[in-house]
Design a protein around this ligand. Structure first.
Ligand code: ZN
Length: 507
């Protein structure tokens, strides 16, 4: 008897259709062959399926069995094909008893038939719901994660015997509902607030502009100048994630195995701060399972590189592609996996090896050429991709005591959200959402420069010998500054402010 069971394969965060086709011949020597699974996964999966069914006293392995995971040319991985294979074998034996129509199956089996949770469930469920598949049967452990997806019935079980009872109609069948409505919108709680940052007006302002247009930002200053303090508070001035943003971020975290509470949609924008000894693979993704790296995990949030110049040169180089494209492609064993990598880069750096170049409190002990060499690491293509560059001077402690508390994150966020709304309207028919993502053609059409602004921008190109890329960055920044001011056109004052955030690159 021949039967087909629905399942899915994951490549990156994208699911594709897999049909588990089972054929049990009536006559012939006993055999059990499986086609379409990658080699390592195959052996283990066969063993688990065989053992789980034997433990339930289903002795079906006396006949010739062929299982094909179609399309067979994609070598599929992951342990979640155990359940669809076991169900397929049973249904092929007794097709009248098992109702497997319009149902997708996924789950790993233990040798005794218990169902174990698998990763990537959120991605597969969203895809299945979009496709109009009616119901999905999966491990209990994944129930809450699956229940985040509307328009599909979730049937979670903890043992193969329970799945059998359900498919035979012996167990009551009410779809699973999560206790809480996870779609309820609210501001995430951040335990840090911009009100705690005293002084540092320029850096605070730059952080606000960066958040408003999703621009990358570099803060350069001596230890104790407050770089990290500001970086950690940037997520608190970004607007709450939309449902689609939250789903995407949660999907990536689901694949990376980072979901702490599997039933919760991630509401807080990620803040990812890798150590400067992190490897290319950790940052970009890859490894034996082609896992997403920090650039993907930070999607819709902040990737903070503290001590950016201490990172490996190769790490900084591999960052350029995702910074440009918003996606990252990992090549592995002849195939490629693409993950989203849409993050806001926040970087911090000392001004010199000892950290105190230009500091009022402490003398820099570096030789002049050492400072130069240190700064030279910044130059070039990477710095070119950083829209805002801020030099922070150290804050005098007595000065700090006299300072009033700064504006709260909520106050700043309100302005940032207005700027985001203006951009949403501007880009409503375009595939981008923020000023920083405009290409040259969009810049020409959408950034309305007043005459004086155009003159100033032109003069600065000549004076600082700016590259075309740097010039475009200035226009994008000016547009965001104008949006924060609620101005339809870009004035000379907006351009002048943008120019002061480009001082490190000098073109
Ligand atoms: Zn120094």
């Amino acid at each position: 008897m021949f039967i087909k069971i629905m399942s899915a394969h994951l490549a990156g965060i994208n699911a594709t259709d897999v049909a588990v086709e089972v054929d049990i011949a009536t006559f012939g020597m006993p055999s059990f062959s499986v086609v379409g699974l990658a080699e390592g996964a195959l052996r283990e999966s066969k063993e688990r399926v065989r053992s789980a069914l034997r433990n339930l006293d289903y002795n079906i392995f006396a006949r010739p069995i062929t299982v094909n995971l179609a399309p067979a040319d994609i070598k599929k991985e992951g342990s979640h094909f155990d359940l669809p294979m076991a169900v397929g074998l049973l249904a092929a034996m007794q097709p009248k008893d098992f109702d497997v129509a319009d149902t997708l199956f996924l789950g790993e089996l233990s040798l005794d038939g218990a169902l174990r949770g698998v990763s990537g469930v959120l991605c597969i469920c969203s895809w299945a719901a979009e496709l109009g598949i009616k119901r999905i049967v999966l491990p209990m452990e994944n129930a809450d994660e699956a229940a985040l997806v509307p328009n599909i019935e979730i049937y979670p079980f903890d043992h193969l015997s329970a799945v059998i009872g359900f498919l035979k109609g012996e167990l009551p069948a009410t779809p699973y509902k999560a206790e809480q409505d996870y779609f309820e919108r609210s501001f995430a709680d951040y335990d840090m607030d911009f009100a705690e940052v005293k002084g540092q007006h320029t850096a605070r302002r730059a952080a606000e502009i960066a958040a408003a247009g999703l621009h990358n930002i570099l803060m350069m200053g001596s230890p104790g100048s407050g770089k990290t303090m500001i970086a950690r508070r940037i997520p608190s001035i970004l607007p709450p994630m939309s449902l689609n943003e939250a789903l995407l971020t949660t999907k990536i975290h689901s694949i990376a195995g980072l979901l702490r509470n599997k039933g919760n949609l991630i509401k807080e924008r990620p803040y990812i701060s890798p150590h400067h000894t992190a490897s290319d693979v950790a940052i970009i993704g890859g490894g034996a399972k082609a896992m997403p790296g920090h650039v993907s995990i930070a999607t819709n949030g902040v990737l903070f590189l503290d001590e950016m110049l201490e990172f490996n040169r190769s790490v900084l180089e591999v960052l350029r592609q995702p910074m440009e494209d918003g996606v990252v492609t990992i090549a592995r064993a002849g195939r490629t996996v693409t993950y989203p990598a849409n993050f806001m880069l926040v970087a911090a750096s000392n001004p010199c090896p000892c950290g105190y170049y230009g500091d009022a409190r402490k003398r820099c002990t570096c030789a002049p050429h050492a400072v130069e060499r240190y700064r030279a690491r910044l130059s070039g293509p990477l710095l070119d991709r950083i829209d805002l560059q801020v030099v922070m001077t150290s804050v005098d402690v007595t000065d700090l005591e006299n300072q009033q508390a700064g504006e709260s994150s909520a106050t700043i966020r309100a302005r940032v959200m207005l700027a985001h709304a203006v951009q949403a309207e501007r880009f409503k028919d375009l595939p981008i959402a923020f000023n920083s993502q405009m290409n040259e053609r969009m810049l020409a059409e959408l950034v309305l420069l007043e005459d004086a602004a155009r003159k100033l921008a032109g003069a600065s190109v000549a004076k600082f010998a700016l590259s075309a890329r740097a010039y475009n960055k200035i226009l994008k920044l000016s547009r965001t500054i104008a949006d924060l001011a609620g101005s339809k056109t870009v004035t000379a004052a907006h351009v002048a402010e943008a120019l002061q955030y480009r001082m490190l690159s000098g073109g």
